[in-house]
Design a protein around this ligand. Sequence first.
Ligand SMILES: Cc1cc2nc3c(=O)[nH]c(=O)nc-3n(C[C@H](O)[C@H](O)[C@H](O)COP(=O)(O)OP(=O)(O)OC[C@H]3O[C@@H](n4cnc5c(N)ncnc54)[C@H](O)[C@@H]3O)c2cc1C
Length: 451
Amino acid sequence: MSAGPERWAVVGGGMLGLTLALRLAGEGREVTLIESAATAGGLASPWRLETPDGPVTWDRHYHVTLLSDTALRGLLAELGLEPELRWGDTRTGYWAQERLSPVSTPSEFLALPGLSPVAKARLAATIAVGGRIRDWHHMEQIPVAQWLTRWSGRATFERFWLPLLRAKLGEAWPDTSAAFLWATIRRLTAARRQGLGRERFGYVAGGYAKVLDRLAARLAERGVTLRTGATVERVEAASGGGLTATVAGAEPEHFDRVAVTTDAPTAVRICGGLSVEERERLQGIRYQGIVCASLLLRAPLSPYYLTYLFDEMPFTAVVEMTALVDPAELGGHCLVYLPRYVAPDDPLLDAPDAEIRRSFVAALARMHPSVDDEAIAAFRVSRVRRVFAIPTIGYSARVPPMDTSVPGLHLVGSAQIVNGTLNVNETVQLAEAAASRLCATASAVPARVES
Ligand SMILES: Cc1cc2nc3c(=O)[nH]c(=O)nc-3n(C[C@H](O)[C@H](O)[C@H](O)COP(=O)(O)OP(=O)(O)OC[C@H]3O[C@@H](n4cnc5c(N)ncnc54)[C@H](O)[C@@H]3O)c2cc1C
């Protein structure tokens, strides 16, 4: 009689589930990765944009890598993709009072409209103070609005900070802790510090399509079974020990341990046997979703990778990807993303593409009069109801733990990222930490014994 390798199911094939599956397999586990979409990748997955000159494939959502993203870069190096990273300096702009202006250098910053010199000095001090704080636990106990008003003053909070908070957090900004700002400033200053004062971002030539292809090939080499187009409807304790995972339309399948990497409401729905306290904890996590349009244009719009918006617009920023990415990657087109972060029940998530196109393109044309239907080679809308967990006051005390009361059932989700922003580097770090922790702790259920 010999004990076979521990059999794991990983539910969710985003970057978290993919990395977790790779690391578990590296520890000798037999892993099945189950993903509901037709292809793996989740928020990082690529899609096709149909243009009159043929299809173009790129990431469904804008993605950049920082020099300081060491966990992600380690994974890319392992996949042989480090030489495929392309780095570039980017510039930032803002749209205020119907005018587009740069805001990348200190002198451009001093030209920000609507703020007195004293207000600008306080604003600069706020960013510097935020960047020097080491203890995020303290920031987590203060509402972000209170912290910003204390350092920047009420007028600057309302004119400068509030539009930026609303852009990412929507109406959840009053409930968000200052740790959100701390994590955001830390990531932005990392981009600048490592890039010698300028913002330096990178991307893999070929985009996430190439990263995901390599990752799938490596998983296959490691013996991981990747099942796509398979939605897990139920995970529960099996009568003879271990767990069963049931995919829609299929028979329950037995595993020794299961890791669920989805958003918290999905985890509550599919995981049977959780305690009332565990369910309440998961249900208490608030999410922000996104409606994100991709536009392929025939000509560039601006020199800015990112344009902040201080005037009310139907989208909350303009991300001109080809200010960084070589347009040759996109059939010579210019790729622009128009994101709008929304609450999971926002009606915009159910609005038809044509309606979103009408309002987004009309607003973009106000900023860039060259934009009209003729200038647009492709337009496609991505909608995701739950993108990231909102870091509310005292969030880290309410984060769901990885172990559940159901033996062998583990939750590993992006809601467990407590002191960072949602990005692939944090995601890879979480997956790697989870794999070593979960492999170090034996399952409470006996491993299957094969004869
Ligand atoms: C607009 C936008 C911009 C971003 N920009 C950047 C950036 O510039 N740089 C960066 O590093 N990161 C960026 N990110 C973040 C990055 O995309 C995420 O950190 C990462 O993709 C999260 O991976 P995940 O696996 O945790 O979640 P997800 O990608 O959401 O994966 C979860 C997976 O679970 C699957 N699933 C759900 N329910 C089930 C079920 N019942 N059965 C089976 N499968 C199921 C889903 O289909 C999905 O594939 C951005 C994200 C967005 C949305």
